[in-house]
Design a protein around this ligand. Sequence first.
Ligand code: PMP
Length: 400
Amino acid sequence: AFQHLEQAPEDPILGVTVAYNKDPSPVKLNLGVGAYRTEEGKPLVLDVVRQAEELLIQDRSRYKEYIPIAGLVEFNKLSAKLILGDGSPAIGEKRVATAQCLTGTGSLRVGAEFLSKHYSQHIIYIPVPTWGNHPKIFNLGGLSVKTYRYYDPRTSGLDYEGMLEDLHAAPPGAIVLLHACAHNPTGVDPTQDQWEGIRQLIRLKGLLPFFDSAYQGFASGSLDADAYSVRLFVGDGGECLIAQSFAKNMGLYGERVGALSIVCRSATVATRVESQLKLVIRPMYSSPPIHGASIVATILSDRNLYYNWTVELKNMADRIISMRHQLYDALKARGTPGDWSHIIKQIGMFTFTGLNKDQVSFMTAEYHIYLTSDGRISMAGLSSKTVPHLADAIHAAVLR
Ligand code: PMP
């Protein structure tokens, strides 16, 4: 039945790791996938996560029963509070419907299917560039994808005017995908003033914001600072959707834990929205997994664990920021042609280097350094020991 099938291409991001794994070189370096690594290049399980898991294992009253379709109630409450902030009026007024989903990706997908079923407008605007999975998730979720200008290669910064123009031209009610912070792949975020301008335009035109929050706390080291954009929009009393991931900020990648929150106009609407979310989820995967959400709920509900988490989170964010400075300094020291200040200006896990496809292939072939062909490097995959090797490779690639 399947003889006609062609071999599908590797995922552009995960395929980088496949190629890396095949390379026998001892100096090989994987800067493709966005996963945190220690100075020693090892994956990290946070101490608070280990502690929470100990508590869960010791508690013999816990079962592996199915959890509700919309996930753990406690987890949902705590997740909404984390992104919207303590004392958020939207939460106080019970206007937020939250469903635990399979991390950022699953939350985006459930959100898309909910919108395609229940929202009057099916067009979603996504930035150029954006995380490569966005257009696929939204298309398969039943939405029709259009783009807005975002990154300006001439300034290595935000094309603010272009973004506003494109959103201004969007049809009424169109959905707008916004990266809450640490835009992937560019690391370029709007300033607070620009966020305000974007908010005014979106509200004026009656567009519907859909936030993708995959890096709260990971960008600046502060959970509150990284939630600025979302809270600005929710603060005006309007509606929005938020897809939240705990993959990066709690290092729970493989546990697949996240949440979709829909901020509604009233408590009655939120109750109905939640009931409809369950109808989207039930035939998709019935109910979400229990373990990761229990870890998150344990940490977020315990004062000490929460505090220790913020410390560990800040350590990860600071190490990434320090890698930015070390790489910048190493290129300056080599006199590599070009202005590399964007390396220290960009925010979050990635640097959008500006290296082109040929330069990337050269670095992979000659230096065994693996990154996506758009020149994005995961700063979390670097260490003090590997910065010189990367700087040598970039220097050689630029001088070719
Ligand atoms: N959105 C963005 C912008 C991302 O960078 C990622 C992770 N690469 C995700 C969503 C979702 O990741 P996950 O499904 O692992 O939470």
